[in-house]
Design a protein around this ligand. Structure first.
Ligand code: HEC
Length: 110
């Protein structure tokens, strides 16, 4: 009898133990910040995104990632970092063609 009781409590303990991580996962799975209603971007290559998704990707990924890098390089020059920094003045008119003709071409071959 004693052995069975010990076994039973061991099983119970194990069962409880395995529940704990599952609860933790659920709690951490909430993920998103700021509670925005912006749809999550699909995990596909950039060119497979539609135009609005490309803009969203630029806003959510490119600007926050590249901004600090540019500013670390030259805080004055890139104090105002945004779409225009890479896309040129055309960005204000919704022209995002790349490569943007206004970019310096100091590294071009020949
Ligand atoms: C760090 C430089 C950089 C910044 C800042 C940046 N972009 Fe871009 N953007 C690019 C590059 C490079 C491409 C080309 C990517 C490709 O085709 O693979 C691109 C592509 C795009 C395209 C698709 C172009 C097309 O084919 O029509 C859109 C739209 C766009 N960007 C919008 C924006 C917007 C809006 C912002 C500001 C929120 C922004 N970008 C900021 C570098 C930048």
């Amino acid at each position: 009898m004693k052995l069975l009781a010990a076994f039973a409590s061991l099983v119970l303990a194990t069962a409880c133990g395995s529940k704990a991580p599952a609860t933790t996962t659920t709690a951490g799975g909430g993920g998103g910040s700021a509670g925005s209603a912006t749809p999550v971007l699909p995990d596909v290559p950039f060119e497979k995104l539609d135009h609005d998704q490309q803009i969203q990707f630029m806003k959510e990924v490119v600007v926050p990632t590249m901004g600090p890098l540019f500013q670390a390089h030259d805080p004055k020059e890139f104090a105002e970092f945004g779409c225009k920094t890479c896309h040129g003045p055309g960005a204000e008119k919704g022209e995002y063609d790349m490569p943007n003709p206004g970019l310096r071409s100091s590294t071009s071959p020949t």
